[in-house]
Design a protein around this ligand. Structure first.
Ligand code: PMP
Length: 446
């Protein structure tokens, strides 16, 4: 592989600053493409490796301690090593699990979720958010007998082929459909209907044109991957109304957004989806996903019905995951969620104030405890606007923050967890105020 002079300079600098990470990266690349096992975690010149985490802090293999606002891309909602979660997991593992037969642990997490989310009358567990959306879509297709799936431009619904269209790369022409990566069959694009996020009239016009073939409309309450861009309440309500009037199933992808409200983000907007996908925060740090909804729709997964559809997964409902999830939900009570949201809001406001005070194209979008830096004058309203903003200087900010003892995502995402403190938030805002003016001085002001 050839490297440019700037890349090798950056690599040399990182090597002397984080030698242990550099050496692990070299070792890792002999076996793992890009030095790890999740494309998103590669960052040039090499990722930093973590030794351990406790509360809302991590320690790198190099010994540096960082206040963590990355929190495994929002999944570590209870922080690291939460004692309540650990105890529950230890109890579950003491049973010798997992088994090829069901256990009480999955019933308990299902009950806890149903208590919080009235629309989740029946639920099935998976091992990831991607599997949750995959099976929710299959369920909607089987239930409706139709094929097309409508999704918003810039919405990420997981790594499986069907939904990975027009996420990080979107077409120049309005609503052109682009595969998220090579290897996804172009023919699958025919099964996707793309609509513009946060534009109700145009969305309804698109859906109207295809409604006879639509199995489901899948929607995120905020575009998480595109930069924490919240959907207007009226937008969600308008789509829900249209789906009801036209008897089309509405699938809400709450894999990321569930943690912003006790009963999920859909409850903030006052809507009732037919299917809901969950993941991340409901696993207490373990690999998890879930999909569920009304009794009527979910009934087609019941093997007692001869027309049932299949949903497989060797590790579905793993007792350790179920126990961790249930304990995490106990930690994430109404008070914890309010506190996390308040702290998330403080970061968003703090970033906007730094932009205004220093006259920089620096702002943030956010929803509750999750937010994202954007290098513009006003927060973007959709993925098209977000993708148009400069990205590399956000990565520069990521490195500058690490130098100062804080970590966010290289693409600018941040979140708070149940044990994040006001002091940590003050520190992050101060660190940003310290590094943003120089890191962003040459940013293209759009
Ligand atoms: N849907 C949304 C809204 C997500 O944010 C994600 C993960 N970023 C997924 C689905 C996929 O979840 P997982 O990474 O657990 O497969």
């Amino acid at each position: 592989m050839s490297t440019s002079p700037t890349t090798s300079q950056a690599k040399a600098a990182a090597e002397s600053r984080w030698p242990e990470s550099a050496s692990l990266f070299d070792r890792a690349t002999r076996f793992l493409p890009g030095g790890n096992t999740r494309s998103q975690l590669y960052v040039a010149p090499h990722p930093l490796y973590v030794e351990r985490g406790e509360g809302a802090r991590i320690t790198l293999v190099d010994g540096q301690v960082l206040d963590d606002f990355l929190l495994n891309y929002t999944a570590a909602a209870v922080g690291y090593g939460n004692p309540h979660v650990r105890k529950a997991v230890e109890r579950a593992l003491a049973t010798g699990a997992p088994f090829g037969m069901p256990t009480r642990w999955e019933i308990e997490l299902a009950e806890a979720l149903e208590e919080r989310v009235p629309a989740l009358k029946r639920v099935r567990f998976t091992n990831s958010g991607s599997e949750a959306t995959l099976h929710a879509i299959r369920t909607a297709r089987a239930y409706s007998g139709r094929t097309l799936v409508a999704k918003a431009e810039g919405a990420y619904h997981g790594s499986h082929d069907l939904t990975d269209f027009s996420v990080y790369t979107i077409a120049d022409e309005p609503l052109g459909i682009v595969p998220g990566t090579r290897g996804i069959p172009a023919a699958l694009a025919d099964q996707i209907v793309l609509f513009p996020f946060n534009d109700l009239d145009r969305t309804i016009a698109v859906l109207e044109g295809r409604k006879d073939d639509l199995a489901t409309v899948i929607l995120e309450p905020f575009l998480n991957s595109a930069g924490a861009i919240r959907a207007d309440g009226e937008y969600l309500q308008g789509i829900e109304r249209w789906c009801r009037e036209n008897e089309i199933l509405l699938t809400l992808d709450e894999v990321a957004s569930f943690r912003v409200s006790y009963s999920g983000a859909h409850s903030d907007a006052g809507i009732t989806p037919d299917l809901i996908c969950l993941g991340k925060s409901i696993g207490g740090g373990f690999a998890v996903g879930a999909f569920g909804g009304s009794e009527e729709v979910m009934a087609i997964l019941d093997p007692r019905d001869s027309r049932h559809i299949k949903h497989a997964g060797t590790f579905n409902g793993h007792p350790a995951t179920m126990a961790a999830g249930r304990a995490a939900l106990e930690v994430l009570d109404r008070d914890a969620i309010d506190r996390m949201n308040r702290l998330g809001g403080r970061i968003v406001e703090g970033i906007r104030a730094i932009g205004a005070d220093h006259d920089l194209p620096l702002t943030a979008a956010g929803y509750g405890s999750i937010g994202n830096i954007h290098l513009g004058r006003t927060p973007p309203r959709n993925a098209r606007e977000a993708l148009d903003l400069p990205k590399q200087p956000v990565v520069d900010l990521y490195w500058a923050l690490i130098e100062r003892g804080y970590v966010i995502a290289p693409r600018g995402q941040f979140s708070t967890c149940a044990v994040t403190t006001d002091d940590q938030v003050d520190g992050l805002i101060e660190a940003l105020a310290d590094c943003a003016p120089s890191a962003l001085k040459d940013v293209d002001d759009r």
